[in-house]
Design a protein around this ligand. Structure first.
Ligand code: SER
Length: 325
């Protein structure tokens, strides 16, 4: 229940793929008025606007961030705003600026104002070809080949530093590709696994930008949200890793996903035209060892390829039938 003067949660990147759904879950859990959604460029949709406070925020500007934290009495931040892997390769300087400056500002504000907790997602993009690609261990060598991966490694080290040096309670998971039916991802290498559903249902055809046999780790949105909420609620004594936890759910190739979709749409045709994103995918893990997250704070994903595909098709079919594209 909301009480006047109660501390608030701020979500940056709230109009993005994860933010748009995570914000609604946080509002359900902690009260609508207690969760401030912050966007930057993308316009918020109706659900986000009508369910609680929304503001525009450029988190590269520390004064703007400080003002919001003071004005709303924020004590917890979910910092989701970022430039993803493929978009990052198109403008590496911009990706560094957005990803690093915003995280630095968030951690500084958390230090200065003694915020209670910060969540910041890292990614499987922290790994490069030198790491084992199957069941990639938590502590595998981190030599990414993308600027996005470089910002995630640097970010993990910065979070760990702020925890050790200043006691900032910052928590993180390395997300794989996220699949969801509400908001499209933008600029990632794993985006095909979302786009393919939209095109399969609407046109029964899709041209995939990765090769048919490219296996990547993926996760369905309910598990993605559950990872963030469970980690953020965990007793601090159980969080033994302050860089970022490996979390795994499903691993599949485009060909395997197509076969699963064809169970519902038998005449679906997928073509393959790999582009620059193939090289990025080839440098990433195929599957992830997430035993540390399971042991430390009880990570346990629910969705596999079959149940995720069924749910995606049902949700999108319903939405398109109502004329919402
Ligand atoms: N989904 C992200 C990307 O493809 C991975 O963190 O960039």
């Amino acid at each position: 229940m909301y009480r006047k003067g109660m501390k608030k949660i701020l979500v940056t990147g709230a109009t993005g793929q994860i933010g748009s759904e995570l914000t609604l879950e946080l509002r359900n859990k902690y009260g609508r008025e207690n969760v401030v959604a912050a966007g930057h460029k993308r316009k918020p949709d109706e659900k986000l606007l009508s369910s609680g406070p929304f503001i525009y925020l450029d988190a590269t500007k520390k004064e703007e961030l400080e003002k919001v934290v003071e004005e709303y009495n924020v004590d917890t931040i979910y910092h989701l705003a970022a430039v993803l892997s493929a978009a990052g390769e198109e403008n590496p300087q911009h990706a560094w600026k957005i990803n690093m400056e915003t995280l630095y500002n968030i951690l500084e504000v958390a230090r200065e104002k003694s915020l209670t907790r910060v969540f910041w997602p890292s990614s499987i993009a922290v790994f490069g070809p030198e790491a084992p690609r199957v069941k990639t261990p938590q502590n595998a060598v981190l030599i990414p080949r993308t600027i996005y991966g470089v910002t995630k490694v640097a970010g993990e080290l910065l979070c760990n530093y702020y925890f050790l040096r200043y006691g900032v309670d910052v928590r993180s998971v390395r997300y794989p590709g996220i699949i969801s039916s509400e908001t499209l991802p933008g600029g990632g290498t794993t985006d095909y696994a979302v786009e393919i559903f939209y095109e399969a249902i609407r046109r029964k055809r899709y041209t995939c930008f990765l090769r048919a046999d490219t296996v990547l780790p993926m996760m369905y949105m309910p598990d993605c949200i559950n990872a963030a909420l469970t980690l953020m609620e965990a007793d601090p004594a159980r969080i033994r890793c302050r860089t970022s936890y490996n979390v795994a759910a499903i691993s599949f190739s485009p060909a395997e996903l197509v076969a699963e979709i064809k169970k519902y749409i038998p005449d679906f045709i997928c073509e393959y035209k790999p582009d620059f994103r193939q090289k990025i995918a080839d440098s990433w893990p195929m599957s992830i060892d997430d035993s540390a997250a399971r042991e430390d704070w009880g990570w346990n994903p629910k969705y596999d390829l079959a149940s995720m595909t069924k749910d995606m098709i049902e949700k999108l079919t319903k939405r398109f039938a109502k004329g919402h594209f």
